[in-house]
Design a binder for this molecule. Structure first.
Ligand code: GDP
Length: 445
């Protein structure tokens, strides 16, 4: 998702950042390109207009254009507006504080992923929130819909309401309420019937079910692959039932992003969750800041940090951070980093998470390099003596030859590694000069 948009915006901003000074015209030209990119990503026209106006107005402010890094500032403004467009700084979660059973009603068209999402939420509520949930399917239209939820319920070990053949939705909802109370369930998830299109009968049924169950949350499930249709469906539902939020499914697919980017503005409802796959744990809280970061290719630093925390030993990381802060970064440190990269799933995993990695990855694969490179570099460092690792300046022609032979590689591979190390040390000294990691934070905006 967002790949195309991300590439297009990346090109525009690379050009902006590449220049020292920016004129008002430069900003306007860049915004024209951003506008086209958003429209091609299927973002609703009024949303695009509002976005471009807001960014242009802020960006041509004199402080921005006169600043030392105008390009960077413009990118930051775009980032902030994107976050706004996606729903703001807050991650909007579920309201679970009401008197139990808290009723969450799931609505949406057939095939949007409603039943799957119901089971995903049941699992999430149990595992992350420690809530006891009961799930009930009110879908009497689609054959075997109720059985489908029962099967999913077993898979995630969340109770489902026993099926009574022939019972109608409103009666099932009543029975589910009673059962949830009897079982002291914290949350009742009602999976309502879908239709192929929004129609009056569907809306009447939704209202009747809401009438007997007084839901705290009414979540609309829509398929992000349907783009603007998803937004139109959301608008129709909003007019009829009091939606409290939207779940966008198939965010793992290659949707252009229009649904995610237009939803908030067009419907006024927050996107609360993103479905990211068929598996029952493939659901994420929708975090506008993270999504904006991904779109701008600034890297999903939050995900990266979470992943790093899970794989990197804390003491190791701390020791390295200290050495880096002092401007000492030798080949032992580089080796530790290479291993961490391998542990974290190699270059492929890091691509798209770290700023600039997408491009680096593309460049690497073009030049025929891949994760093997990490292993090779590790082997080269492994063939050096401890003294050489601590002091790479020792590496003369003779030593390079020995190390190349020892690692089964060429002298030019050894040179590449040394050059990379040099560049990294230089970058780290720069960061140190800018005031350590705080400086890096400022650089990243
Ligand atoms: P319903 O008719 O709205 O209840 O839709 P279902 O829950 O039966 O889902 C329809 C299909 O979409 C199933 O094959 C699901 O596995 C699939 N699906 C649901 N959510 C996602 C998602 O976030 N990503 C992907 N890739 N598939 C999904």
């Amino acid at each position: 998702m967002f790949d195309n948009l991300s590439d297009r915006l990346g090109n525009v901003f690379d050009r902006l950042r590449g220049r020292g000074a920016l004129s008002e015209q430069d900003v306007r030209d860049a915004m024209r390109e951003v506008r086209v990119a958003l429209l091609e990503a299927d973002v609703a026209l009024p949303v695009v207009r509002r976005f471009i106006d807001a960014v242009t107005e802020k960006a041509i402010g004199t402080e921005v254009l006169k600043s030392v890094t105008p390009g960077q500032q413009v990118v930051k403004i775009v980032n902030d507006e994107l976050v706004e467009m996606l729903g703001g700084e807050e991650v909007e979660g579920l309201t679970l504080e009401a008197k139990p059973p808290v009723v969450i009603m799931m609505v949406g068209l057939q095939g949007s992923g409603k039943t799957t999402t119901t089971a995903k939420l049941g699992k999430l509520l149990k595992e992350r929130h420690g809530k006891k949930a009961l799930m009930a399917s009110l879908d009497v239209n689609r054959p075997a819909a109720q059985e489908q939820l029962a099967v999913l319920g077993e898979q995630v070990s969340v109770a489902t309401l026993p099926i009574v053949a022939g019972q109608q939705p409103v009666d099932i909802a009543r029975r589910a309420m009673e059962s949830a109370k009897l079982q002291s369930a914290d949350v009742l998830l009602l999976d309502t019937a879908g239709r192929l299109h929004v129609d009056e009968a569907l809306m009447a049924e939704m209202k009747a079910v809401a009438g007997v169950s007084t839901p705290t949350e009414v979540l609309l499930v829509v398929d992000s692959l349907t783009g603007q249709d998803a937004v139109n469906v959301a608008r129709s539902f909003t007019e009829e039932v009091p939606l409290t939020g939207v779940v966008l499914t198939r965010m793992d697919g290659d949707a252009r992003g229009g649904a995610a980017l237009s939803m908030r503005h067009v419907t006024g409802k927050p996107i609360k969750f993103a479905g990211t796959g068929e598996k029952l744990d493939a659901i994420e809280a929708f975090d506008p800041k993270r999504v904006a970061g991904r779109i701008l290719g600034m890297g999903d630093v939050v995900s990266l940090v979470e992943k790093a925390a899970a794989t990197i030993k804390e003491e190791e990381a701390e020791a390295m951070a200290k050495r880096m802060a002092k401007g000492q970064f030798d080949l032992n440190d580089l080796r530790t980093q290479l291993r961490q990269m391998q542990n974290m799933g190699g270059l492929g995993m890091l691509a798209g998470m770290l700023p600039g990695m997408k491009k680096a990855k593309a460049a690497l694969s073009q030049s025929g390099m891949d994760d093997k490179v990490l292993v090779h570099m590790d082997a080269i460092i492994g063939s050096m003596t401890p003294k050489e690792r601590a002091n790479p300046a020792l590496m003369n022609a003779k030593r390079k030859k020995r190390v190349a032979a020892g690692s089964g590689l060429q002298v030019q591979d050894v040179n590449k590694l040394l050059k990379m190390h040099q560049e990294m040390s230089r970058a780290m000294k720069q960061i140190k000069k800018m005031g350590g990691l705080k400086g890096l934070g400022a650089l990243l905006g």
